[in-house]
Design a protein around this ligand. Structure first.
Ligand code: ZN
Length: 460
């Protein structure tokens, strides 16, 4: 077996004891610095009765307070920064769809570290210096585009900064520039595949061999569909802007079973999302990260809301870092339909297992007569409409198929849903991040809220 090519073998193959020593030292420095520089953390640690001297071993981290997304929002924009803005090279922010955006900053060292972990990730995915890399992650305030871009430049790839959207032009660039690596959301990769098919563009006119996909939870079933349609190897990358952006962890091409966490920079924990207790290695729970080397806005025990589990088993690639399992669900994405909790990814799993359906779907939730109604809108395949010679939701073949899907959703997930079969191309395609859920209950609520804000208050 040929030796695995690693970007930074020294850090990626450390022994557990060497790594834990390094982590403990960095963690102590971090906690001292947060206590001194960020009033928010000083207050939280004082309240919990902990300080850097409470930290004898890594396990003592469990006594320290968590940081949540709401803490970043409440301290908008720069309240959790450890460095003055004069030391901050770049700012990024979340889209802020649920209120004020969360803002993150990077010093020059932070950008270097971020590029380093992205370079490691590219290497783990089987990219090689000299590769042409087509980057369809969005450029802008979102961390995806720039994060991978800098990582790929450091790595020595030739980067095509395509960003999202204008899919036909992107396909032209893929054909003419000959990229071997594609970075995008999984839903956008699927959009590229389907657009090529619709335009009658042959697969052998593009040279893609591997895809590095992230920024959305996705299932094994979706991976199979992408690999089948685009004829590439599809690998999972993980990250979130509060920790650094893409490149917190990466699935390796050799193992394809869990994502290697770059643990010398990001310390993972798995907790019970209800009690906050740390769970033993191997158990499923909420992922929590502490940044060990970040300067501008380090975070202590950040609750990601992502459900996963950790493994310390040796990997086929020879890397020794902990691996996290593909994120199964995001707590934020959980839908409650008539009292039943369900994640969009669980519905995706059921839908994508059926060969009559294409992987384009949307979940629409509305409230009718005080009851939540979930409508699953999913496209049937082109082949099916050709085979049946028509598209009519009322005819017997279609209504049998809808009923079959309804039964599967009820049996597997316990939910009652209206299933609406859609013609090919009827569901809006992803231009970056897919819109999987349209929650009309929230739309009504936010419209009512914004109307209330706009109503002038009488001062008489
Ligand atoms: Zn591996």
């Amino acid at each position: 077996m040929s030796k695995t090519f690693m970007w930074n073998e020294k850090c990626e193959r450390m022994s557990r004891s060497e790594l834990e020593n390094l982590q403990l030292g960095r963690l102590k420095t971090l906690i001292e610095s947060l206590y001194k520089k960020v009033p928010f953390y000083k207050e939280r640690m004082d309240k919990a009765g902990v300080s850097a001297s409470s930290l004898k071993t890594l396990a003592d981290l469990k006594f320290f307070p968590f940081t949540k997304k709401t803490d970043l929002r409440e301290n908008y924009p720069f309240g959790l920064f450890s460095e003055p803005l004069s030391n901050v090279t770049r700012l990024h922010a979340s889209s802020g769809t649920k209120g004020k955006p969360t803002v993150v900053g990077y010093t020059k060292n932070d950008i270097d570290m971020w590029s380093e972990v992205c370079a490691r990730s590219l290497c783990a995915a089987g990219a090689r210096p000299g590769d042409i890399l087509h980057n369809s992650y969005g450029y802008g305030l979102f961390t995806g585009g720039m994060g991978m871009h800098y990582g790929a430049e450091k790595f020595g790839a030739t980067v095509v900064p395509a960003s999202g959207g204008r899919t036909q032009q992107q396909i032209l660039l893929l054909q003419d520039f000959g990229a071997r690596i594609l970075c995008s959301t999984p839903s956008y990769a699927l959009n590229i595949a389907y657009t090529m098919e619709e335009l009658g563009i042959k697969r052998d006119t593009i040279k893609l061999e591997r895809g590095i996909f992230g920024a959305e939870p996705w299932t094994e079933e979706l991976r199979s569909q992408i690999e089948d349609k685009l004829k590439i190897e599809a690998l999972d990358i993980y990250g979130l802007s509060e920790i650094v952006g893409p490149g917190v962890s990466m699935e390796c091409a050799e193992g394809r079973n869990g994502l290697h966490i770059w643990e010398d920079h990001f310390l993972p924990e798995i907790i019970d999302p209800v009690t906050g207790d740390v769970l033993p290695i191997g158990e499923e729970g909420e992922l929590v990260f502490t940044t060990l080397t970040k300067e501008a806005i380090p975070v202590l025990r950040y609750r990601t809301g992502d459900i996963s589990r950790l493994s310390l088993e040796t990997c086929a690639c020879g890397r020794t870092t902990a691996r996290m399992q593909r994120v199964r669900a995001r707590l934020d994405d959980m839908l409650i339909i008539r009292g039943v909790n369900v994640y969009p990814s669980e519905i995706e799993k059921v839908l994508l297992a059926l060969e009559e359906l294409s992987p384009h779907y949307q979940l629409v939730i509305d409230r009718r007569k005080a009851l939540d109604v979930l409508s699953v809108q999913v496209e049937v395949t082109d082949e099916l409409t050709k085979q049946w010679g028509h598209f009519d939701n009322d005819c017997v073949e279609f209504s049998n198929l809808s009923t079959h899907i309804q039964t599967l959703l009820k049996d597997n997930l316990g939910i009652t849903a209206d299933v609406q079969l859609m013609k090919p191309k009827a569901v809006p395609r992803s231009e970056g991040k897919a819109v999987r859920v349209v929650d009309k209950r929230k739309e009504d609520k936010s419209q009512a809220e914004s109307a209330a804000v706009k109503t002038p208050v009488s001062k008489h």
